[in-house]
Design a binder for this molecule. Structure first.
Ligand code: ADP
Ligand code: MG
Length: 585
């Protein structure tokens, strides 16, 4: 095991490292730093989140640049503003004894002229998000034609976020003989392509699974009905009173909604997603770091690079679209030698994804049950008892003790304890005493249905680029509905089906009365088939079809069954054309 000295770092950096309290290099630092210090080479480094990648490229870059020159020599591209600021901050800390060093962060949403001014003062290193960087290049506010080192940090994530073209364009403004260092947690095809097309004979290092942070994370999943997701989340939180967690949702809307519901329900929660202003995001992150927020509900993009060490739980409220993203999520916990739990709430339709994830992370998930009400009451009660036991007495209450003692004069210690704990216990008890079992078994193939839902037909499907997940997101988005309000979404080629609770029927039909998607009217009608019992329905559908008028009138509440919709479509070709067109106000 080597020391930072062994890696060949200079005195200024070693001093800063001592100040930071880093005792020994992490594995990726141990491998990357000597290579980058001692040769001018391209490098591909694969290492999980939290393994110290910033210093792995930061130390060599700081040692190699000429701080006496004002020329921009190093460019670090990173996917998000948060990460960009974090790297800039980290680089400044590492380089605090490098006299004359100027590191500038360039990212969207802040004044471009101010950033340009900072660069003009002479920035040897620029840390940038691709979008803003491209913008600055095209406005000639920055000169990267002389850079010697280009870092693509979190390359997989940058490509995930669609920055490929921006990166290509940015790199085309840099000299051919620079060194390119690519850092990534995973190596999907797109990253390999970048390495192939933009790098010359790169050396490769991989930091295996032995890295401390991920081996400290255990993985659990909980199988519930999609509509019980939120209740399940609450129970997981209640069963872990000291939880300090990041909860991942797939969309900004869900992120916001889940956070709002949690807050309404009395949890210390906050939302972090791209629709918030920077100021709002900074505030949320500040409260989270200070532990004023126990549950941070976040999108993958916004949570990227969050560097908070004590996260006890990562909760996958919904699984990510890309399985690789799961690695990033679970890497938020179990950092800095601590243990962590990554929990996944899945519905039956997603449960097969767990297997795919297991293959990728090479670890087993434990299937666990959502705690029942009584279990939660017990946990809460014991947690309170321990808290009381450990509490330091506040002597400012001494003055009132006389009155309090008088009040309990005739109460025994036993009785007093019972009463005291009942105060807290009853709160949970009352809430949970009638709580249902949220767990469902994998064997039962039928979705539970309250019998209170409506099934709709909609004339968009896979041909319009939807799969069931994106259609569900789309419906929730346009209808402004909550995460589990739309369910049993089934995308066919040119049409699809979905369910909502009956109470939403009017809203859904009303909304789609005159709604256009890609220039085409979207037609939503009630499908007679509430569940998925095809056979029976097909016959009924045919009968309906004969009496065309009933659903061809374009009025709300027209009926169509799953079986009928098929034959209907083949007759008229274009479902949308059969309804009156009205323009949207
Ligand atoms: P990554 O980019 O791989 O996700 P970071 O570079 O953000 O990881 O590092 C994660 C955390 O570990 C940061 O807080 C960083 O300051 C700290 N760190 C980095 N290297 C070391 C080290 N050698 N010893 C202790 N802490 C370190
Ligand atoms: Mg990093």
């Amino acid at each position: 095991m080597s020391t930072f000295q062994d890696l060949g770092l200079n005195k200024d950096l070693l001093q800063a490292i001592t100040d930071l309290g880093f005792e020994k290099p992490s594995e990726v630092q141990e491998k990357a730093v000597p290579i980058l210090l001692n040769s001018e080479t391209d490098l591909v480094a694969l290492a999980q989140t939290g393994t110290g990648k910033t210093a792995a490229f930061g130390f060599p870059m700081l040692q190699k640049i000429d701080v006496d020159s004002r020329t921009t020599q190093g460019l670090i591209l990173s996917p998000t503003r948060e990460l960009c600021l974090q790297i800039t901050n980290e680089m400044k800390l590492y380089g605090k004894y490098c006299k004359g060093l100027n590191v500038v962060a360039v990212y969207g949403g802040a004044s471009i002229t101010e950033q340009a001014r900072e660069i003009k003062r002479g920035a040897q290193i620029i840390v940038a998000t691709p979008g803003r960087m491209k913008d600055m290049i095209s406005r000639r506010l920055v000169d990267i034609t002389k850079i010697e080192y280009a870092v693509l940090d979190e390359a997989d994530e940058m490509l995930n976020m669609g920055f490929k073209e921006d990166i290509t364009s940015i790199l085309s403004h840099t000299p051919d003989d620079k060194s390119t260092w690519l850092f990534s947690a995973t190596m999907p095809r797109e990253v390999a392509a970048i390495a192939k097309n933009f790098m010359y004979n790169p050396q490769e290092i991989t930091v295996g699974r032995k890295n401390e942070s991920t081996s400290q994370v255990s993985h659990e999943y909980y199988l519930v009905n999609a509509r019980d997701r939120y209740q399940a989340l609450k129970r997981l939180a209640d069963a872990n009173p000291d939880i300090f967690s990041v909860i991942f949702c797939r969309t900004k809307r869900d992120t916001q909604k889940v956070a709002e519901r949690l807050i309404e329900d009395g949890y210390s929660a906050g939302a972090l997603h791209g629709d918030l202003s920077q100021n709002q995001r900074d505030l949320v992150m500040k409260s989270f770091r200070n532990k004023q927020i126990q549950m941070l509900v976040a999108t993958d993009v916004a949570a990227r690079g969050i560097d908070v060490d004590d996260i006890t739980h990562v909760i996958n409220y919904q699984l990510p679209d890309e399985i690789e993203t799961y690695t990033h999520r679970s890497g938020r916990t179990g950092r800095a030698g601590k243990t962590g739990v990554s929990m996944v709430i899945v519905s039956k339709s997603e449960v097969r994804k767990i297997k795919s994830i297991e293959r990728i992370i090479k670890k087993q998930f434990e299937k666990k049950d959502i705690p029942n009400g009584m279990e939660i009451c017990e946990v809460q009660l014991m947690s309170l008892a321990k808290k009381v036991h450990h509490t330091d007495v506040n002597h400012d209450i001494d003055a009132y003790l006389g009155d309090i003692n008088a009040l309990f004069e005739d109460t025994s210690k036993d009785e007093l304890i019972k009463k005291f704990f009942s105060v807290e216990f009853s709160r949970f008890y009352n809430y949970y005493q009638k709580a249902l079992d949220l767990n469902i078994s994998t064997s039962n193939d039928d979705h539970k249905d309250s019998g209170n839902s409506v099934r709709y037909f909609i004339n968009v499907g896979k041909k319009d680029g939807f799969d069931w997940m994106s259609l569900k997101d789309f419906l929730k988005e346009v209808l402004e509905l909550g995460q589990d309000d739309v369910f049993k979404v089934e995308a066919k080629d040119t049409f699809s089906f979905f369910n909502t609770e009956k109470g939403l029927q009017e809203k859904v039909l009303g909304f789609f009365n005159d709604f256009k998607y890609n220039g085409r009217f979207v037609n939503v009608e009630i499908s007679e088939n509430r569940g998925r019992g095809r056979k029976r329905d097909r016959n009924r559908g045919k009968r309906r079809d004969d009496r065309k008028g009933s659903f061809n009138s374009g009025k709300k509440g027209g009926r169509r069954s799953e079986g009928a919709s098929k034959s209907r479509r083949s007759k008229s070709g274009d479902i949308a054309s059969s309804r009156p067109r009205r323009s949207r106000r």
